[in-house]
Design a protein around this ligand. Sequence first.
Ligand SMILES: *[C@@H]1O[C@H](CO)[C@@H](O)[C@H](O)[C@H]1NC(C)=O
Ligand SMILES: *[C@@H]1O[C@H](CO)[C@@H](O)[C@H](O)[C@H]1NC(C)=O
Ligand SMILES: *[C@@H]1O[C@H](CO)[C@@H](O)[C@H](O)[C@H]1NC(C)=O
Ligand SMILES: *[C@@H]1O[C@H](CO)[C@@H](O)[C@H](O)[C@H]1NC(C)=O
Ligand SMILES: *[C@@H]1O[C@H](CO)[C@@H](O)[C@H](O)[C@H]1NC(C)=O
Ligand SMILES: *[C@@H]1O[C@H](CO)[C@@H](O)[C@H](O)[C@H]1NC(C)=O
Ligand SMILES: *[C@@H]1O[C@H](CO)[C@@H](O)[C@H](O)[C@H]1NC(C)=O
Length: 506
Amino acid sequence: MKPHYHILFTYLHLIFFIQSINLTPTHSLKIPRLTPLYKWKTTLHNLEKLVSIEKENVETFYYKQVLDHFNYRPESYHKFEQRYFMNFKYWGGANSSAPIFAYLGAEDSIDTYPTGIGFMTDNAATFKALLVYIEHRYYGKSVPFGSRKKAFRNASTLGYFNSAQAIADYAAVLIHIKKTLHAHNSPIIVLGGSYGGMLASWFRLKYPHLTIGALASSAPILYFDNITPHNAYMDLVSREFKEVSETCYETILKSWSEIERISSQSDGLSILSERFNTCRPLKQYSDLSEYLESMYTAAVQYNGPTSSRVSEICRGIDGASFGNDILSKIYSGLVAYEGNGTCKINYAPSNISDEVYEGWSWQRCSEMVMPIGTGNDTMFQPDPFNLKRYVEECKKQYGVSPRPHWVTTYYGGHNIKLVLQKFGSNIIFSNGLKDPYSTGGVLSNLSDSLIAVYTTNGSHCLDILQTRQSDPKWLIQQRKKEVEIIKRWIEQYYSDLALKVNIRVD
Ligand SMILES: *[C@@H]1O[C@H](CO)[C@@H](O)[C@H](O)[C@H]1NC(C)=O
Ligand SMILES: *[C@@H]1O[C@H](CO)[C@@H](O)[C@H](O)[C@H]1NC(C)=O
Ligand SMILES: *[C@@H]1O[C@H](CO)[C@@H](O)[C@H](O)[C@H]1NC(C)=O
Ligand SMILES: *[C@@H]1O[C@H](CO)[C@@H](O)[C@H](O)[C@H]1NC(C)=O
Ligand SMILES: *[C@@H]1O[C@H](CO)[C@@H](O)[C@H](O)[C@H]1NC(C)=O
Ligand SMILES: *[C@@H]1O[C@H](CO)[C@@H](O)[C@H](O)[C@H]1NC(C)=O
Ligand SMILES: *[C@@H]1O[C@H](CO)[C@@H](O)[C@H](O)[C@H]1NC(C)=O
């Protein structure tokens, strides 16, 4: 039993709203979040609280990381401090070649990982594993150029912020760890969730000499370059609402034109501000519509394994405790879901910037071009993905053009089965089919060791989060399957190692 999960969950839920709703993105810059934990957010305040739970076991380290791995210009040799955590509590040690589990950081600080990522701690004792958590460059405390402000100044300083540099960082850190611990023969398993899951799978493909296998949880590596239909994500969100309640779906569908109609009246925005109890007066229709849209998508993406967030919203909407007109119903859904204690929408700007938002904005405007649009047949207003508009907005914001084909050029993705079945090995692609991002995930076995493990009713990254007593059988089963596969990889490694005494894998 892991009692902390719930605390973490609700706590993060609260913090997100305090910190980030003010950052209303321009229209096409909005994107469903790509992070294992629902609305997780780090501030100095929550950091202490969360880290304290596993604090006694986690030690913090910094590695002098090179700014640019890929050329030899003098400025490439600049260094920055890259943070990582290690937890030695369970490790069998270098002499017994006990394994290393390396959780690869994604678009966030690593402060919440030691408590949030249950898969690591839950299985560490079984495997006698050393637990390592490495922070992604430009997030948390791993920021080059001396400060966040300087690092984020413009495209010249942001240019070193990309996935290829990030996994090269991970390679360097892992080599450094093995060296300093004399753990030359310890096999490394890399793990990650969501964007971090993509990194884990790509790391295995690019650095097979440094890891014997990867667990890539909810990694939509196929949501690039038109491999996955643009509308798949939002179609799934809509389908889920429709399945839970047809009337709820219909109400949401009708609400957009109603909200739009009112907001276009002369005092419409102030009426809406009052009806939705917004924190500050709404300035435009999208302040409200985008909030609601992200609430609906997040509810599906982070749906609980037993308690359904979508049902909560729909109970509110169908129950209509504030009145029977459409706006009242929608507001009832909001209250049922978020509670009615404080205002939620259009929160006052806070001085603490949302590093997840800022960082991911750059990443999606450079290489992480995931073409997500909304088709004609959903509960949302149609909003097809428009590459031209996407590119223009990015150019306006950063002065550089995104490269929509780079991810597939560098990592592949097209014809993945044909390509990888004879080349790649030892990757678990885990998914839950209720997660809208699963539409861009690997859902079939590509070979004997490139394995898809999905659950029909699972949502985003459930398998790697902390376990709860209420976890359903299918989730326990999924985790068990993953553990068994990893066990086999390690056993195979040890028997290979036994045949080659003195092999050094650093
Ligand atoms: C590991 O092996 C080395 C070399 O044989 C030895 O010096 C060292 O004491 C061992 N460490 C542990 C913790 O057993
Ligand atoms: C970024 O800012 C620095 C310092 O102000 C400046 O020298 C550089 O030309 C800028 N680069 C771009 C791409 O705007
Ligand atoms: C909102 O909160 C107040 C005070 O806690 C409570 O009296 C009221 O019933 C709540 N309304 C709804 C619709 O939950
Ligand atoms: C936030 O910034 C505003 C304006 O720059 C300033 O007046 C205010 O004191 C700041 N608040 C905090 C908590 O730092
Ligand atoms: C969606 O509706 C628009 C406008 O009616 C139409 O032009 C377009 O072809 C439709 N798209 C699809 C995929 O049905
Ligand atoms: C892939 O193969 C594994 C056995 O190696 C199996 O457990 C799993 O269900 C398969 N996945 C799919 C999607 O068929
Ligand atoms: C998924 O959930 C639905 C609805 O609760 C249930 O009917 C179905 O049996 C579940 N499927 C699995 C594989 O657990």
